[in-house]
Design a binder for this molecule. Structure first.
Ligand code: EPZ
Length: 428
């Protein structure tokens, strides 16, 4: 297995172009199933999850044409099956969005339980409740497959028991061509929810209220091909901002929507970072010891849970004691053991972590426990004294396009090596 080898202690400086948003594109690609025509999607990030989503579309029979690294054309009129293969579905969480899309287009879907990062139990009861409210028959789970059918989906009101990005996406996909009006209450408000609604509306859907906690979907007869560009990735941007702060650097993240980053910017400022906002760029710099602060992760517009591991690294280096309250996931502190190997002083109790800041992390062999935990280990290695090796990097490359090249351009000493490549260690 490949790994990253990073020599820490180099402040990151310069500019980094942010790619299209992973959590938007993994919802928008399945949504192309609903189009009676060709969809051209631009600004897609070149990451493993996109490759998986495109493989699933091709396995269904859709025509998938890669125009370039960041542009793809999809024609779903050639789809011949509504069954998603196990080996592809288990590679990522978002494969379950094909249930809503296939149900919405064909009235049936057979999709395996998804894979994705492990944060404890990740139920899908709200997704299935939404499909049932729309009149679909959801069969009891068999052989790990989720089977749903509907002669004609009927618009309905769905009140989500908790804010769920996935359930909001899946219900939107099933409801856009249903008969009548669907109202999703307690809906997720993330930027990627708004991006999906905008994409569907560009195909001829009639969705209003995305970005608020009540989304109304007026069913339409059919949807058409479109051309659409994915929004920038708020979490990739936040990750580079955190890396700039952790290394005492000065980095400008480019092609961003500052409004999407407000909670992250505010928290970094609270810790003592200097922030300068422009129309489509944010400049982040930090020098000296960071100040401790408390973090509670919440659904948007709260501080994003997908930035929790990354901010924990900064708090590990801050002056004083900080508390992290993980408000979304049951167990999103699996990375803490890895961070402790580097000297971090963190005590975890359920959804709470107490962080005692230390002046310096030290290099150690560590591994990525999941996508964002892996990103946090990269940040820790960039700040640590010495050469750190990170294994299980496949998790990181599910969601960060060209992370090695982007960091090298910012002055990081990082290489991607295959196991036991003796030459590099000395070079670093
Ligand atoms: C999406 O996951 C993201 N993944 C996650 O990002 C992100 O952490 C999460 O939203 C929260 O923002 C994608 O968009 C592909 P949820 P999702 O449904 O949809 C509970 C990353 O790093 N719940 O909003 O699976 C659930 O257990 C990934 O990019 C139910 O109980 O999250 C959790 O406690 C990791 N029943 C809470 O709701 C359900 O039917 C929020 O989950 C659905 C969810």
């Amino acid at each position: 297995m490949d790994k990253y080898v990073i020599r820490g202690g180099h402040p990151l400086t310069g500019t980094v172009d942010i790619s299209g948003a992973k959590n938007a594109v993994v919802a928008i690609l399945p949504a192309t199933v609903l189009a009676n025509g060709v969809c051209r999607i631009e600004n897609i990030p070149n990451i493993a999850d996109v490759a998986t989503a495109l493989e699933i579309l091709a396995s269904l029979g859709a025509m998938v044409r890669r125009i370039d690294r960041h542009t793809v054309e999809i024609d779903s009129r050639t789809i011949v099956t509504q069954t998603v293969p196990h080996d592809l579905a288990k590679k990522m969480r978002a494969s379950y969005y094909f249930i809503g899309a296939l149900l919405g287009r064909f009235g049936k879907a057979s999709v395996p339980m998804p894979g994705g990062c492990y944060f404890g139990v990740r139920p899908i009861d709200q997704h299935l409740k939404g499909f049932s409210c729309l009149g679909a028959k959801v069969m009891p789970m068999k052989n790990g497959m989720i089977d749903a059918q509907a002669d004609q989906l009927q618009g309905s009101s769905v009140y989500l028991d908790m804010v769920s990005v996935g359930a909001t996406v899946n219900i939107m996909l099933a409801a856009v061509c249903a008969e009548g009006t669907t109202v999703i209450e307690n809906a997720a408000k993330e930027p990627h929810i708004v991006d999906l609604a905008n994409f569907l509306n560009s195909m001829g859907a009639d969705i209003r209220g995305a970005g608020t906690d009540v989304i109304k979907i007026y069913g339409v007869e059919r949807l058409y091909g479109t051309t659409y560009s994915i929004i920038p990735d708020q979490i990739e941007a936040g990750t580079y901002m955190a890396a700039a702060v952790a290394t005492g650097g000065d980095v400008t993240v480019c092609n961003v929507i500052p409004k999407h980053l407000e909670s992250i910017t505010a928290k970094l400022q609270e810790m003592g970072a200097e922030i300068e906002e422009f129309d489509e760029e944010i400049r982040v710099s930090a020098s000296g010891r960071l100040s401790h602060c408390n973090v509670k992760t919440m659904p948007h517009p709260g501080f994003p849970t997908d930035m929790q591991p990354q901010i924990a690294v900064l708090l590990s280096l801050a002056e004083g004691t900080s508390i992290i309250n993980e408000g979304v996931w049951e167990n999103r502190f699996r990375y803490v053991d890895e961070l402790r190997r580097m000297g971090a002083d963190i005590q975890v109790d359920g959804k709470l972590a107490v962080v005692q800041g230390i002046p310096q992390l030290t290099a150690a062999p560590v591994k990525a426990m999941d996508l964002r935990a892996g990103a946090a280990m990269v940040i820790a290695a960039l700040a640590a004294k010495g050469v750190t090796e990170i294994e299980e990097i496949q998790y990181i490359e599910r969601g960060y396009e060209d992370i090695v090249e982007k960091l090298q351009k910012l002055g990081a000493v990082i290489e991607r090596v295959t196991e036991d490549d003796p030459g590099l260690q000395q070079a670093l």
